[in-house]
Design a protein. Structure first.
Length: 265
């Protein structure tokens, strides 16, 4: 082969080997050090914190409105080792403050324990139940009003969530299915490593926990409105329709089949 033709052939081969295939945004996320290596396809992973973190004005709305607005939004938790856990909010409960007999702030009484409920909207209120488990709430408009986060749909970091759930139970147990990781208020706290140290943190400012908007916000027809769980003997407040969840979502803690049948009819 003449020298010139040989050089042209080598140049063409070099150009072909130096081109790079297009990298999918989801693949980039899952190959990032510390990210969950398992393949993901959820559209929610394309969201970037810097551009879309929910700010104070989102949380500054009445309690019931905020409880509904949370549905479909994404809670993000950054662990100390840099891994991020993502979960779509699928179930909430509203606690309306002083008038609400089921609220920790009933009668408008402010204590050291419930102080976060009286702080600016978007403040985390984390409390302990049975001396073991934690539950996470977010303050809203209204004196002493807050929204309980009841269930999440895990999106990213499921292996880390399993590790945290296993560690919190302090005993070797069977492998939890995806829908079992965050289907309850204390379960989601275990899976996201939330404890009393997160009490009074600001969701719009904190570096370890925040929210980003989800895609395709649910419509009214997608939201089930029913009674709260575990209220006990609270008179009429036990029957108030202050729990909200995404209809047909398998990650919800408790499904109200009667209400869903009525909605379908």
């Amino acid at each position: 082969m003449p020298r010139k033709r040989k050089l042209l052939a080598q140049l063409s081969a070099l150009q072909n080997t130096s081109s790079f295939p297009q990298i999918n945004a989801v693949e980039q996320l899952n190959t990032t050090p510390g990210a969950d290596p398992s393949p993901k396809s959820s559209k929610y992973f394309a969201i970037e914190k810097k551009n879309s973190q929910l700010q104070e004005d989102f949380f500054n709305q009445p309690c019931v409105s905020l409880a509904k607005s949370f549905l479909g939004q994404i809670l993000v938790r950054k662990l100390p080792d840099g891994r991020e856990l993502w979960g779509r909010i699928v179930e909430t409960e509203a606690y309306l403050g002083g008038e609400d007999e089921a609220s920790h702030s009933k009668g408008g009484k402010q204590t050291q324990r419930n102080a976060a409920m009286f702080m600016k909207p978007g403040t985390l209120y984390v409390y302990q139940i049975y001396g073991i488990y934690f539950c996470m709430n977010v303050s809203s408009q209204g004196e002493g009003a807050a929204v309980l986060l009841r269930s999440l749909e895990p999106l990213q970091g499921l292996d880390a969530m399993r590790e945290l759930r296993r560690a919190s139970r302090k005993a070797p147990t069977r492998l939890l299915k995806d829908w079992q990781l965050c289907n309850g208020p204390s379960k989601l706290c275990q899976a996201f490593g939330i404890d009393k140290a997160f009490d009074q943190r600001d969701l719009s400012q904190d570096a370890a926990i925040w929210m980003v908007p989800g895609e395709d916000p649910p419509g009214e027809q997608d939201v089930v409105t029913t009674t709260r769980i575990g209220i006990g003997n609270r008179g009429e407040w036990a029957q108030k329709p202050l729990r909200f969840y995404l209809r047909g979502n398998r990650f919800v803690s408790v499904v109200d089949k009667k209400i869903e049948r009525e909605m379908a009819a």
